[in-house]
Design a protein around this ligand. Structure first.
Ligand SMILES: C[S@@+](CC[C@H](N)C(=O)[O-])C[C@H]1O[C@@H](n2cnc3c(N)ncnc32)[C@H](O)[C@@H]1O
Length: 217
């Protein structure tokens, strides 16, 4: 059974935080954004809110053993990814590492990463959590590292979110929702931390808008 069919069957009676439609394409596209940003098999990657390993599946296959790390506080989603989506022999030989902390604490792996990936995370995270991710990106990555993420830009239809809590399903909530952040605010946060920012084209699978933030080499 291919990956798309496998996830559709698993998600038939249960919502795992992402749509079943385009599951395979979306994961593959996330992997391709990282490839275009310079990913190679020896890169060290941190997937923030890795969920059921939609992107992790491809990244774990591609990367050398021990190079993929994922943070996911929703234990059931992570377990589905590890034991139902990923093949057992790949889990065993690629040795991905996972952590369930909900504080975006990227230091738990004791690693300096080349890439952070946050797909469909800033579309749910409040500004204070985004600031934590940015501070941790500066602290726990190597020179020249890239942070690839998707977000919803604020505009007249989507107001700039000023709340303090995660909006959307998670380990603590069953209520769906998304939020927007002003591009100007994000740019300012990057400037304060000495990060370059680049807008990338939308993906095909979900139509998400991408940003690439980069540390100077
Ligand atoms: C919309 S899903 C995206 C999952 C994954 N990035 C993907 O593309 O399939 C958002 C994920 O963030 C997770 N999440 C919620 N709160 C989090 C937190 N505090 N830290 C890390 N991940 C969190 C959710 O459990 C969910 O799996």
């Amino acid at each position: 059974m291919n990956l798309q069919k496998k996830f559709e069957a698993l998600a038939q009676y249960r919502f795992y935080g992402i749509p079943a439609e385009n599951f395979e394409l979306s994961g593959c596209e996330q992997f391709m954004y990282l490839l275009r940003a310079g990913l190679n098999p020896d890169s060290r990657v941190l997937d923030i809110g890795c969920g059921v390993l939609r992107a992790g599946y491809w990244l774990i296959h591609f990367l050398n053993p021990g190079r993929y790390c994922g943070i996911e506080p929703h234990q059931e989603r992570l377990a589905l990814g590890m034991y139902k989506i990923l093949e057992p022999e790949i889990l065993q030989c690629k040795c991905p590492r996972f952590d369930g902390n909900a504080n975006f604490d990227t230091s738990v792996f004791n690693e300096r990463f080349d890439f952070f990936l946050a797909y469909s995370i800033w579309t749910h995270a409040p500004k204070k959590q985004i600031q934590v991710m940015l501070d941790n990106f500066v602290r726990d990555t190597r020179p020249g590292a890239a942070f690839l993420l998707t977000y919803q830009p604020a505009n007249w239809r989507y107001p700039d979110y000023q709340g303090d809590s995660w909006v959307g399903t998670s380990h603590e909530s069953e209520t769906a929702g998304t939020i927007a952040h002003s591009f100007r605010w994000i740019k300012e946060q990057c400037r304060e931390r000495g990060l370059r920012i680049r807008r990338l084209p939308r993906d095909r699978a979900q139509g998400h808008r991408w940003l690439e933030l980069r540390k100077f080499p």
